[in-house]
Design a protein around this ligand. Structure first.
Ligand code: PAF
Length: 283
């Protein structure tokens, strides 16, 4: 694996690889790698001649300064993990080169920014859209891989690629979970062991909702009550939102009717750490 830290050096390297007609699979990350990231690298490597990954903690997508400050950084370990997972080229740009001055551009995502994470994290998706566009311009991959834990992010990136005509195929990869159901996340590193055990109840609540749907419950407010009542038995869990939405558009629905899939989405705080999870249910 080679590690490249400047945009020009990466562009030169990629131009060379493209002359050999190598298909490029790209995995953008913010580091603090876990099994979820590793599964993306492995899939990108299996499906392309060249796997390129990036590590860049994008300041633009943090709507909360404290959250940015606390984001776990473990660059040496991440470089090793990338290499072991089979990454060929690792791009680690500096904030100074990537944003020589604060970008004046902002990207209005439209309706997707007025639901779920968009409502709760103003400016977040604009920041994601800008950094992903910049990375796509520099890397020009054939395929790019994203985890479905960030379900709405995948929808935002699909929209970005569609509307800005990026010639890139977006591959959404399944959520990787701990044995107890906790979705893998870099933020889990900030939880105590007890916190991680409590956090596994987020998935338990999503699964309870899934069970109720399979038993025939169709009112989304009743389903949210089922999950909410369960989670409220844990005093350590503070729910930010819990919603059952249209699985295709992520728009709010009051009743499960006339849709082919639903997504149960949650954001909650445990030990001061904000966690998200979701379960997509095909009907
Ligand atoms: O999902 C993430 O880790 C980030 O949002 C991404 C896509 C790397 C952009 O900074």
């Amino acid at each position: 694996m080679i590690c490249i830290r400047s945009i020009n050096a990466l562009r030169l390297h990629i131009a060379d690889e493209k002359r050999k007609s190598k298909a490029i699979g790209f995995v953008p990350t913010m580091g603090a790698l876990h099994e979820g990231h590793i599964s993306l690298i492995k899939q990108a490597k299996a499906e392309n001649a060249l796997c390129i990954a990036s590590i860049f903690v994008n300041p633009l997508q943090f709507n909360n300064a404290e959250d940015f400050k606390k984001y776990p950084i473990q660059q040496e370990k991440d470089i090793q993990l990338m290499e072991q997972a089979g990454c060929d080229v690792l791009f680690i740009p500096s904030v100074e080169e990537f944003y020589p001055s604060p970008p004046k551009l902002s990207i209005d995502i439209g309706a997707l920014d007025r639901i779920l994470e968009g409502t709760h994290r103003p400016g977040h998706f604009s920041g994601v859209a800008i950094v992903v566009s910049k990375l796509f311009n520099v890397v020009s991959p054939d395929k790019a891989y994203f985890g479905q834990k960030d379900l709405q992010q995948v929808a935002v990136i699909n929209q970005l690629v569609r509307e800005l005509n990026f010639p890139i195929e977006i591959i959404a990869c399944p959520i990787v979970r701990e044995q107890n159901g906790l979705a893998m996340s870099s933020r889990n590193m900030r939880l105590s062991n007890a916190g991680k055990t409590v956090a596994s109840n987020l998935f338990a609540a999503l699964s309870l909702i899934k069970q109720s749907i399979s038993k025939g419950e169709r009112s989304t407010s009743t389903l949210v009550t089922v999950g909410g009542n369960y989670l409220n038995t844990f005093k350590e869990i503070e729910i930010e939102y819990l919603e059952v939405v249209n699985g295709d558009t992520l728009e709010s629905i009051t009743e499960i009717k006339g849709v082919s899939k639903v997504a149960v989405c949650i954001a909650a705080h445990i030990e001061g750490v904000r966690l998200i999870d979701n379960l997509v249910i095909i009907l």
